[in-house]
Design a protein around this ligand. Structure first.
Ligand code: SF4
Ligand code: SF4
Length: 442
């Protein structure tokens, strides 16, 4: 694609990066075939190619974002399905991230939109605040039938509907902590030493995921560290265009993990939410202009591994028993498109004895996408219904996935149990049967 940025514009490194990305697009439109919003709405402006044109026009013209551009960029899930499809290697993620930050700088959203976004940014990345908010949300759920009847409250209704009906217990995995390998005799070799990202919303919504990860890794001879100073990965605010907050979170994590790297060393930073994994693997890019952090951030990004990527490097013993269960594996967009991890989770589940079913239209987003299911509730509901239909068509006993956002989103649309992949692996390799499977009589 031809571009016409001025030299003055290209002096801005963010603009220069976006210009390079824009030039790689050859307008072929292959990406439209796999874009969930284009498939649902049929509007070119809600396709990757349409958005790329609009972003180019906005950035090149140096003009403030228009209401139209904001509407169509806001509808983008950042699912990155278009990146998997694109034959020209257009880095849509970096382009839309820049566009979102540009929108936040140049566009004044209506007050209710600003208020909702500020609320989400002030609560979700902070586990204590989020836990407290869930208590309030549970009370709010009592009013859901009445709220549903009031026009204009779809976002509030979506937020309350996604809150769990009961209080999850608190996880034992709270930083700072060190979990020694179970079989680690003095003088013996440990299998590895990893930092586990505790996360922000995930341990509040489902503490079993981190607990199962620590049990499984320590049983396999890996020392697990929850370093002091670790925070939210920054993905939630990053996707809302709040670049400053996202970079503050990223720097805090880079500091926390670098201290461990420079101390006793780390083999990996293990992540159990693929949405966080995509962002942490991008820290090197996000902090490339920060002389004090660029190198450290690149090293942290290189260490970042999804739990299934890391487990694939370890020797897993043969499971003691066969579960006799069929799992529909839902590959989160941040897993398959953001990190290009496709086979490892399924291979691990199969090796553990599960029958694994691929989901038809598996490349299409479930509508979760960070805060998307709250900010774009109607589209998110349509995508959830489509995803649940496809999953249920495989007649599984349960659903497994690797991202808490998808678990919450899909879990509100089906009665099938839904668990994190690592919970199933922990169970098969000597841990507890996940509580979520209590309804299955096997
Ligand atoms: S990120 Fe997803 S929703 Fe956004 S343009 Fe690409 S395919 Fe479409
Ligand atoms: S598939 Fe790639 S090159 Fe073709 S229009 Fe989409 S982004 Fe551009």
């Amino acid at each position: 694609m031809q571009t016409n940025f001025s030299l003055a514009q290209l002096a801005d490194p963010h603009m220069a990066t976006s210009e390079k990305i824009l030039r790689t697009c050859v307008h072929c439109g292959f990406c439209t075939a796999t874009c969930p919003t284009y498939l649902e709405l049929g509007d070119e402006l809600d396709s990757p190619r349409g958005r790329i044109y609009m972003i180019k026009d906005m950035l090149e013209g140096g003009k403030p974002a228009s209401e139209e551009v904001v509407r169509h960029v806001d509808r983008c899930l950042s699912c990155l399905s278009c990146m998997t499809t694109c034959p020209s290697g257009v880095h849509y993620m970096h382009l839309v991230d820049h566009a979102r930050a540009y929108i936040e700088d140049t566009y004044k959203r209506p007050w209710h939109d600003r208020a909702m976004r500020s609320l989400l940014a002030a609560v979700l990345p902070y586990p204590r605040r989020f836990r407290l908010a869930l208590v309030g949300a549970r009370l709010g759920r009592l009013a859901l039938p009445a709220l549903r009847a009031i026009p204009g409250l779809q976002r509030l209704v979506a937020m309350l509907s996604l809150a769990p009906a009961s209080s999850p217990r608190r996880s034992k995995a709270r930083a700072p902590a060190v979990f020694a390998p179970a079989e680690f005799a003095p003088g013996a070799q440990r299998a590895g030493r990893v930092a586990l990202l505790t996360g922000c919303a995930q341990p509040v919504l489902n503490p079993d995921i981190n607990d199962a990860t620590i049990r499984l890794l320590t049983r396999l001879g890996v020392e697990v560290i929850l370093p002091k100073g670790e925070r939210c990965c920054g993905a939630l605010v990053h996707h809302m265009g709040n670049e400053k907050s996202a970079l503050d979170f990223a720097r805090a994590n880079v500091d926390a993990w670098t201290r461990e790297v420079e101390g006793d060393g780390l083999d990996a930073v293990v992540i159990t939410a693929s949405g966080c994994g995509t962002t942490i693997k991008d820290y090197g890019f996000m902090l490339r202009e920060d002389a004090a952090y660029a190198d450290k951030a690149a090293k942290v990004s290189a260490l970042a591994k999804d739990i299934t990527e890391y487990l694939s490097t370890l020797h897993l013993p043969a499971p003691a028993e066969k579960p006799g269960l069929t799992v529909a594996y839902h590959s989160a967009c941040s897993m398959q498109h953001g990190q290009q991890i496709r086979e490892e989770p399924k291979a691990l589940l199969k090796r553990a004895g599960f029958t694994v079913k691929d989901v038809p239209e598996g490349h299409i987003c479930c509508g979760s996408a960070g805060t998307y299911n709250i900010l774009q509730p109607q589209l998110a509901e349509r995508l959830k219904a489509r995803k649940v239909r496809n999953i249920e068509s495989t007649a599984p006993d349960l659903i497994a996935t690797g991202n808490i956002g998808c678990m919450t989103q899909i879990g509100t649309g089906t009665s099938l149990p839904i668990v994190h992949t690592v919970e199933l692996l922990d169970w098969m390799y000597g841990g507890n049967r996940p509580d979520a499977l209590s309804s299955i009589q096997r």
